[in-house]
Ligand binder design. Structure first.
Ligand code: ZN
Ligand code: ZN
Length: 74
């Protein structure tokens, strides 16, 4: 499975593909944006625009986000 998430809560909130809203910015229930281009995660700001606050750690389990490929380098 591609794009493995750290915990169930993060997986749920970052990939809840709403049947009504095609964009996460339009959906009031969509909390976490996963920017696949950069690998960043962010909390979506529902102000009508397309802004989000980048987060470095999972708010639920505290796992470090965004640089998983380098995490396991020895
Ligand atoms: Zn997590
Ligand atoms: Zn929605």
């Amino acid at each position: 499975m591609k794009g493995k998430t750290c915990c169930n809560a993060m997986r749920y909130h970052s990939s809840s593909h709403c049947p009504v809203h095609s964009s996460p910015f339009e959906c009031p229930d969509w909390l976490i944006l996963h920017d696949e281009a950069t690998g960043n995660y962010g909390i979506i700001i529902h102000d009508g625009g397309q802004s989000y606050i980048k987060i470095d750690y999972c708010p639920w389990c505290g796992h470090k986000l965004g640089s998983e490929k380098r995490l396991f380098r020895k």
